[in-house]
Design a protein around this ligand. Sequence first.
Ligand code: AMP
Ligand code: ZN
Ligand code: ZN
Length: 431
Amino acid sequence: MRENHSMRFGRCLLLGCALALAGCAAHAPPRTTAEAPPAPSPIALANPVILISIDGYRTDYLQRGLSPNLQALANRGVRAQWMTPSFPSLTFPNHFTLVTGLYPDHHGIVANEMEDPAIQPDHHFTLSNREAVGDERWWDEATPLWVSVQQQGGHAATMFWPGSEAPIHGVRPDHWHPYDMSVSADARVNQVLQWLDLPRMQRPQFITLYFDQVDHQAHEHGPDSKEVDEALRQTDVALGRLIDGLKQRHLFDTVNLVIVADHGMAAVPAGHSIYIDKFFNTRRAHTVMLGAVAGVDANAGETLDAHRLLAPHAHMQCWKKQDIPPRLHYGSNARVPPVVCLAQTGWLITTRTEQAKHEHPQRGEHGYDNADPLMRALFVAEGPAFVSGYIAPPFPNVDVYPLLAHLLRITPEKNDGDYSAIEAMLKPQVR
Ligand code: AMP
Ligand code: ZN
Ligand code: ZN
């Protein structure tokens, strides 16, 4: 069951939000002196958790030897052989999965580009559509972790995270920033450290930190480029600054760090383009999304003739949404277009018009079948809750949410994850 605003308010009062929460305090009636002091909520006793995303950090990048700080954390703590992203292996769907424990089909951010006729006047969602990204109607099929943290008496702060710019169920993180690619990795780290310097009762228990250079460089130059290597080095230096900052504050042994990627990356050789608009009548239908995965929908008042799309193709497979293989957990959400096409790894689904918009061809892409080894994502965790030197077997990224909820001592929302699958990462006394 999803909580509405008044339920949230009720639970907040129950947990004694005067203890901690600025967002709740704005709504709460003043406490009378006769009232007993509120009991601390479980989250008030939790060690801070920093959830760090290195966008597009394919798990085998670690073996390049360019991430010494990350490697040291993995040695001291836990590393997964790999983490399987959810389908489609794209940034927004997977970042929202990490903080909700729901498959994209269940949380509603089914792609980086979507259409929803129920959302007006602009029913198009894209990453660069600032209004859509901050419009809670796209996000409110789920409740991200920062909302639950604050509802349950804690504080949260996001140094960028998809969804953090929208007041989901009326709640934004206590501290957040609109996404701005130009903010340096160092500045992002400094901001996180500043949040940790807040007085104890205001200090966020849950903080996100997002790095994007590894993904950017891989799209532009390919995953095997020197530019990706350099982005790996620079991101690791930023991670090192965070660790040094935690040590200076005597917090390194107190904070639990969970470092993840949203997906991996595949090289796209020149000429690996599939022109999907050859396979339907462009006066009657249009593409909703393009790339590793594409969606096609009928134009208003038209019906989609999909028979040529659904025929066999050399480097692409299309399904009616109801026929998508169950292992992909995709197709039940109203926002999934009626026909979904998946490119063979290393191929791009595009149109001539779309391709003409780009000056340089793309050299790397993700979004492919989430079972493809090239889509495997990084998972490293270190801190007082984690065992040392453990290499965990692979797990799906829906399991990160129950892990985080457990670390933060909050009651999780209904989710697709499995806490028991990742419990072995934790020291017995904190399981
Ligand atoms: P993609 O590689 O197409 O799945 O998208 C990744 C890109 O999304 C990143 O390289 C960022 O530039 C962009 N991005 C990440 N977070 C946000 C955000 N909160 N708002 C808008 N764009 C974002
Ligand atoms: Zn990404
Ligand atoms: Zn990307």
